[in-house]
Design a protein around this ligand. Structure first.
Ligand SMILES: NC(=O)c1ccc[n+]([C@@H]2O[C@H](COP(=O)([O-])OP(=O)(O)OC[C@H]3O[C@@H](n4cnc5c(N)ncnc54)[C@H](O)[C@@H]3O)[C@@H](O)[C@H]2O)c1
Length: 259
């Protein structure tokens, strides 16, 4: 008998990642969810129920990700990795406060891009030893953003971090094809999650003007539905799929960060 299928869902304690973890539980997959806030993690674990497990940690840390992967190995066979951990950020390249703090730029890239790659490299090291099931050893789904394509004023760091995820998708898929592992990226538009609840009302109204159809923000369940389809559909590989209701963000955010 095959061991249970385990999924690592980074950022699985909140928003889009939590919706993915809920869907995986419903499909009989055991999710190991990670996130930085223990309080959110404990709440997520309670919501997801047994046998889901929360592991506290930073995606950019080798030891934290290794700890999560060790937990996954004890629970079954890691065949699915969904990278949802990420941070939002807004700052102009020069504002009244001075130049964009370099450390902020590096922090956003460290979490969103380097963190995603860190999880991929450490997960793949284990996935390549899986026995293939239906000619596949595993699938990795990353989360970029519409900002990777049409980032607004103030999104240089965020857009760069997400653009890096888009750019590494195809070379990773090509490299890992020989190991029977797929790599796919999803680029969401606006979704109702704690990440964007902090957006001020004025900025939100500005973003609403860009909506096309449907004229509403996405529900995390719509995101998790796409991720579930990607996991099931072996023909999707090496691609970035936008899920944004045809939104193309206007150049200027109504929120003027750092001003
Ligand atoms: N919500 C949207 O409209 C939207 C749009 C485009 C892209 N995204 C992307 O989707 C992903 C999920 O966002 P969300 O809206 O669900 O946000 P969220 O704030 O609800 O969840 C983010 C998760 O990432 C985790 N996280 C943050 N930094 C981390 C780190 N260094 N190490 C480990 N975990 C960390 C948090 O603990 C949390 O679990 C992010 O990558 C975000 O950039 C979201």
């Amino acid at each position: 008998m095959l061991p249970p299928t385990v999924a690592l869902v980074t950022g699985g304690t909140s928003g889009l990642g939590l919706a993915v973890a809920e869907r995986l539980v419903a499909a009989g997959v055991i999710p190991v969810v990670t996130g930085r806030s223990k309080e959110r993690g404990d709440r997520a674990q309670e919501l997801l129920g047994d046998p889901a497990v929360y592991v506290c940690g930073d995606v950019a840390s080798e030891s934290d990700v290794t700890q999560a992967l060790d937990v996954a190995d004890r629970l079954g066979c890691l065949r699915i990795v969904v990278n949802c951990a990420g941070v939002a950020h807004a700052a102009k390249v020069v504002s009244r406060k001075g130049p964009h703090p370099l450390q902020e730029f590096m922090n956003v890239v460290a979490v969103n891009l380097v963190g995603t790659f860190n999880v991929i490299r450490l997960s793949v090291e284990r996935m390549i030893t899986n026995s293939p099931v239906e000619q596949e050893r595993g699938v990795i789904v990353n989360t970029a953003s519409a900002a990777a394509f049409d980032g607004q004023v103030g999104q240089a760091a965020y857009a760069a971090s997400k653009g890096g995820i888009v750019s590494m998708t195809l070379p990773l898929a090509r490299e890992l094809a020989g190991s029977l592992i797929r790599v796919v990226t999803v680029a969401p538009g606006f979704f109702e999650t704690p990440l964007v609840e902090a957006v001020p009302e004025k900025a939100r109204l500005g973003l609403d003007r860009d909506l096309v159809h449907p004229r509403r923000w996405g529900n995390p369940r719509e995101f998790s539905g796409l991720v579930a389809h990607i996991i099931d559909n072996q023909m999707i590989n090496g691609e970035t799929i936008r899920i944004d209701g045809a939104v193309r963000m206007s150049p200027r955010s109504s929120h003027r960060p750092g001003e």
